[in-house]
Design a protein around this ligand. Structure first.
Ligand SMILES: NC(=O)c1ccc[n+]([C@@H]2O[C@H](COP(=O)([O-])OP(=O)(O)OC[C@H]3O[C@@H](n4cnc5c(N)ncnc54)[C@H](O)[C@@H]3O)[C@@H](O)[C@H]2O)c1
Ligand SMILES: O=c1ccn([C@@H]2O[C@H](COP(=O)(O)OP(=O)(O)O[C@H]3O[C@H](CO)[C@@H](O)[C@H](O)[C@H]3O)[C@@H](O)[C@H]2O)c(=O)[nH]1
Length: 446
C-alpha cells in the first residue's frame, strides 16, 4: 500500500520504517525541516537501536522516503497515519493542537478517497473531531480509524514487528479488510472494535501498567520498613499467572513521554464526565513521591546535601533511549542543585538532551560512569543501562570520597556488593554492604 506517516518521532519513524520493511511504499512527513534533512542523510533524529540500519535498507530498496511537504505526501498516498505528538497541557489534558493542525492540512491536501488512521494517543472522541476537521476542508470522501500504538522506546522496532496485539477501532466495517491486511504481516492477533473503545484501550493499558508500577513501589516502601525484599516479593507474586511478572520492578517510579502524560490525561477524561478516578490519582501521587525517595535516602546517609558531591548514573527515563521527557532524573537533579549539591552526570546517550532542558553551573558533564563517580560522596543510579551492571564495584568504592551507592533500579545483587566496602541502599530491599545506621556528616569529611 502507499502510506504517508505524519510525524517522524519515536512512533512515526519506527512505524514508517517497519511498514516499509513489509513491502509498503511509505513517505514519512515532518514539519521540522531539520529532522527531514537528517533523515535524508540516513541519520535518525532519535536514538532507537536498529533504526538507522532498517532506514537505510528500505530507502535503498526505494520503499521509504522523507519530506516536509505534507500536501504532496498526502496526494501520493492511499492511507495516512497520524503520529504527531499529544503532549500534556498544564491541567493534564492532552494538547491536540498538533493533531488538529495535521488533520486540517490533510483535509486541504485531499485529491481523492483516503483512509486516515490515528496512531497518536488521543482522548476518547478525538477521532470524531478529526473527521469533522477534515470534512470541513474537503468534498472528497474518506474514512477514519483508530489504531493506537503500544511500542516501547528502546525496543520499538521489535515491538512493532512483533506486537502482542494490534487494536483497530473503526465505525465502517468495510475498512476491516484493508486494515487487517496491512497489519497481518506483524501479527495474527488483531482486535477489531469501535473507535471510542480503541481510544480508551490505549489509555486504560498505560494506566494499568502505571498502576502496577506504583503498586509495587508502595509494597517496596513497606518492605523497607518491615525488612522484606521487594524483588523476592515481586517474583513470588508474578509467578501467579493472574498477576504476571511484568512491570513489577520497584524503583524510582515511571517516567517518559507516555505514562506520566497519559495517566494525567485519563484523570482529566474521567473528570470531564464527572467521574473522579481516585485510584489513578493515587498512582500518580505515589509515582511523584517515589522520585523524591532518592533525595530522602541521600539525606539519611549524608545528613546534608549542601556541599555534597553526587554522581548521577543515567538521566534517560529508561535504558536504550535518548528520551528524557519526564525522566525522574530531571526532578532529582534539580532538587540536588537546589539543596546545594555539586552534581556529576553521566549517561551513555541522553546527556545532550538533558543539558538542553536543564543546565546549571553546579552540573558537571562526564564522559564515563567512573568519571561521574570519582571523588563523590554518593552515586545515584537512576537508569538501568546495561553498562552500569558491569561496573567493577571494588574500584568504584576506592575512587569515591564516601562509598555510598543509591541504586534506584535494584540493579545489583548481594554477591556483587559484599566485600566492596560500599554502603549500598536500594529500593525495597534490606541495606547491604558497609551500611552504617548513623548518618555521615559531610562537614566532618570536608
Ligand atoms: N514515544 C512512545 O514510546 C509512544 C508509544 C506509543 C504511543 N505514543 C503516542 O504517539 C504520539 C507520538 O509520540 P512520539 O513520542 O512519537 O512524539 P514525538 O514528539 O517524538 O514526535 C512527533 C513528531 O510530529 C511532528 N509534527 C507535529 N505536528 C506535525 C504536523 N502538523 N505535521 C508534520 N509533523 C508534525 C513533530 O515535529 C515531531 O517530530 C503521541 O500521541 C504519543 O502519546 C508514543
Ligand atoms: O517494572 C517496571 C517497568 C517499567 N518501569 C518504568 O516505567 C517507565 C516506562 O517504561 P516502558 O513502559 O518500558 O517504556 P515506554 O517507552 O514509556 O512505554 C510505555 O508507554 C508507551 C507509550 O504510550 C506504550 O506504547 C508502551 O506500551 C508502554 O509500555 C520507565 O521509566 C521504566 O523505568 C518501572 O519502573 N518498573
Amino acid at each position: 500500500m502507499k502510506l504517508a506517516v505524519i510525524g517522524t518521532g519515536y512512533v512515526g519513524l519506527v512505524s514508517g520504517v517497519c511498514f516499509a520493511s513489509k513491502g509498503n511504499e511509505v513517505v514519512c512527513v515532518d514539519m521540522d525541516q531539520n529532522k527531514i534533512d537528517k533523515l535524508n542523510r540516513l541519520q535518525s533524529p532519535i536514538y532507537e537501536p536498529g533504526i538507522e540500519q532498517l532506514m537505510e535498507e528500505n530507502v535503498r530498496e526505494g520503499r521509504l522516503s522523507f519530506t516536509s511537504d505534507l500536501q504532496e505526501a498526502v496526494r501520493r498516498s492511499e492511507l495516512i497515519i497520524l503520529a504527531v505528538g499529544t503532549p500534556s497541557l498544564p491541567n493534564g489534558e492532552a494538547n491536540l493542537q498538533f493533531i488538529e493542525r495535521a488533520a486540517a492540512d490533510i483535509g486541504e491536501a485531499m485529491d481523492g478517497y483516503k483512509i486516515i488512521v490515528t496512531k497518536s494517543t488521543v482522548p476518547v472522541g478525538t477521532n470524531e473531531k478529526i473527521r469533522q476537521v477534515i470534512a470541513s476542508r474537503t468534498s472528497f470522501s474518506f474514512e477514519i480509524a483508530s489504531v493506537p500504538e503500544f511500542l516501547r522506546e528502546g525496543t520499538a522496532i521489535r515491538d512493532t514487528l512483533k506486537p502482542d496485539r494490534v487494536v483497530i477501532g473503526l465505525d465502517n466495517p468495510g475498512l476491516e479488510g484493508v486494515l487487517t491486511a496491512l497489519h497481518r504481516p506483524f501479527t495474527e492477533n488483531i482486535f477489531v472494535t469501535d473507535i471510542r473503545s480503541a481510544e480508551m484501550i490505549k489509555y486504560a493499558s498505560n494506566a494499568f501498567l502505571a498502576t502496577k508500577i506504583s503498586f509495587i513501589n508502595e509494597i517496596a516502601n513497606i518492605c523497607e520498613k518491615v525488612g522484606a525484599d521487594v524483588t523476592e516479593v515481586a517474583k513470588g507474586m508474578g509467578s501467579d499467572q493472574r498477576i504476571g511478572s511484568a512491570f513489577l520492578r520497584a524503583g524510582i517510579g515511571y517516567g517518559g513521554s507516555c505514562f506520566p502524560k497519559d495517566t494525567k490525561a485519563l484523570i482529566q477524561i474521567a473528570g470531564n464526565v464527572d467521574y473522579e478516578f481516585k485510584l489513578l490519582k493515587s498512582v500518580v501521587e505515589v509515582n511523584t513521591g517515589q522520585r523524591y525517595n532518592v533525595i530522602a535516602k541521600l539525606k539519611e546517609s549524608l545528613e546534608t546535601l549542601k556541599g555534597a558531591r553526587i554522581g548521577i548514573w543515567g538521566v534517560s527515563f529508561k535504558p536504550d533511549t535518548d528520551d528524557i521527557r519526564d525522566a525522574p532524573a530531571l526532578e532529582i537533579v534539580e532538587t540536588l542543585i537546589r539543596e546545594g549539591a555539586v552534581v556529576k552526570l553521566y549517561d551513555p546517550i541522553a546527556l545532550d538532551n538533558f543539558r538542553q532542558q536543564f543546565d546549571h553551573p553546579g552540573l558537571h558533564w562526564c564522559s564515563s560512569a567512573e568519571e561521574a563517580a570519582g571523588g563523590c560522596d554518593a552515586v545515584c543510579l537512576l537508569t538501568d543501562w546495561h553498562e552500569f551492571k558491569e561496573i567493577n564495584l571494588h574500584k568504584l568504592a576506592a575512587m569515591m570520597r564516601q562509598p555510598v551507592l543509591i541504586d534506584g533500579r535494584n540493579v545489583y545483587g548481594r554477591e556483587q556488593i559484599e566485600g566492596t566496602g560500599l554502603e549500598y541502599i536500594s529500593v525495597g530491599r534490606p541495606h547491604m554492604g558497609a551500611y552504617s545506621e548513623y548518618p555521615r556528616k559531610i562537614a566532618e569529611v570536608l
